[in-house]
Design a binder for this molecule. Structure first.
Ligand code: NAD
Ligand code: TYD
Length: 353
């Protein structure tokens, strides 16, 4: 993308989107960053405090599943680039309410594509629609192998099925209409500001409160973990240097079994909190497995390294330590986001408060 002026970020009040908005607003003062977010349970304007008064930043509360609202935004602003992150993002919730995932992730994406296509007619060469997706669209790996950009799609949860469907629509617009797109598929992110129903902040929060630490099944499922600011730098590089129509896989080269990760978090927390060695590990509790729980995700991130020169900068050691420290230093934030609706959700899934 050339020096574009107005960039629409969707889902910018969520975990990854808020880091992205902060980075773009501060790094590119000549860009106008518009953040479109419906503020679901996962959206938190408090995350955007560092930029809320910035001159080159505008927040708009709106629902991507509402075509009228999306059209209005494109009528009002001459948008040059879209970075589309708004989504329902939690696999466990998708098992409970798949329709909500189809509505936001599929119809919402289609609404954005339609609005951008209409608004950008005759100017496709100056525009870019960058769709942010997940490695989960590729399905589940055995003990070996890596997801590549040409790995066939094989989504297995309602969440990954909805993200796969949205990816297909984005590619269909490229092939059918010559609409300018980029897609990236990234592995599991971690870091500050993540809603504490995802594994890492949930475990840290429970360690703090000496609550059981729920590990699904036998804990041998493997995920590849990427520090969220590395994902942000990858998105920046893809937006500015990515080749129209291409897909890039983003990974952390950091595969871990869930149980090993939870034990590591216990040890870092105990050390930070001055608790005896092994104290928190005692509260690890194996609970009923997630239905259809994907066994292993792992990324071949060779293409983005070769073609765009990006690779992760944050070591696992530093990333996990920074992350634990952030949650321990921001217990008020944790308290605020774990009150209300989240408590009801927790009770429903884990049968306790
Ligand atoms: P998140 O759940 O923390 O945030 C999602 C944001 O989207 C929230 O602010 C929410 O309010 C907003 N939103 C939801 N429905 C909306 C709607 N209908 N209209 C407008 N806004 C709406 O998610 P995240 O972890 O930050 O993930 C962001 C994106 O990155 C998602 O598309 C996700 O699929 C993708 N992704 C996430 C990860 C990860 O590990 N978290 C990994 C790879 C890809
Ligand atoms: P999650 O953060 O939900 O991400 P995803 O399912 O999209 O990879 O979960 C990461 C891994 O941790 C996944 O294998 C499920 C597992 N998990 C637990 O063992 N216990 C939990 O309480 C949660 C939320 C997840």
């Amino acid at each position: 993308m050339e020096a574009r002026k107005t960039v629409l970020v969707t889902g910018g009040a969520g975990f990854i989107g808020s880091h992205l908005c902060i980075q773009l607003v501060q790094k590119y003062p000549d860009y106008h960053i518009i953040n479109l977010d419906n503020l679901t349970y996962a959206g938190n304007l408090e995350n955007l405090k560092p930029i809320e008064k910035a001159k080159n930043y505008t927040f708009i509360k709106g629902d991507i599943a509402n075509a009228g609202e999306v059209d209005q935004l494109f009528d009002k602003y001459e948008v040059d680039g879209v970075i589309h992150l708004a989504a329902e993002s939690h696999v466990d919730r998708s098992i409970d309410s798949p329709n909500e995932f189809a509505l936001t992730n599929v119809i919402g994406t289609l609404n954005l594509l339609n609005a951008a296509k209409k608004s950008w007619e005759g100017k496709f060469d100056q525009k870019m629609f960058y769709h942010v997706s997940t490695d989960e669209v590729y399905g589940s790996l055995g003990d070996t192998g890596l997801f590549r950009e040409d790995t066939p799609y094989d989504p297995r949860s309602p969440y990954s099925a909805s993200k796969a469907s949205s990816d297909h629509f984005v590619r269909a617009f490229y092939h059918t209409y010559g609409f300018p797109i980029l897609i990236s598929n990234c592995s599991n992110n971690y870091g500050p500001l993540q809603f504490p129903e995802k594994l890492i902040p949930l475990v840290i929060n429970n360690i703090l409160h000496r609550k059981p630490l729920p590990v699904y099944g036998d804990g041998t499922n493997v995920r590849d973990w990427l520090y969220v600011l590395d994902h942000v730098s990858a998105m920046d590089v893809i937006l500015h240097k990515g080749k129209t129509g291409e897909t890039y896989n983003i990974g952390g080269n950091n595969e871990m079994k869930n149980i090993d990760l939870v034990e590591l978090l216990c040890d870092i927390c105990d050390d930070e909190l001055g608790r005896p060695v092994g104290d928190s590990r005692k509260r690890i509790t194996f609970v009923k497995d997630r239905p259809g729980h994907d066994k292993r995700y792992a990324i071949d991130a060779g293409k983005i390294k070769r073609e765009l020169g990006w690779e992760p900068q944050t070591t696992a050691e530093l990333g996990f330590k920074n992350t634990v420290k952030w949650y321990l230093d921001n217990q008020e934030w944790l308290k605020r986001v774990t009150s209300g609706a989240y408590q009801d959700y927790y009770k429903k899934f884990y049968g306790q408060n």
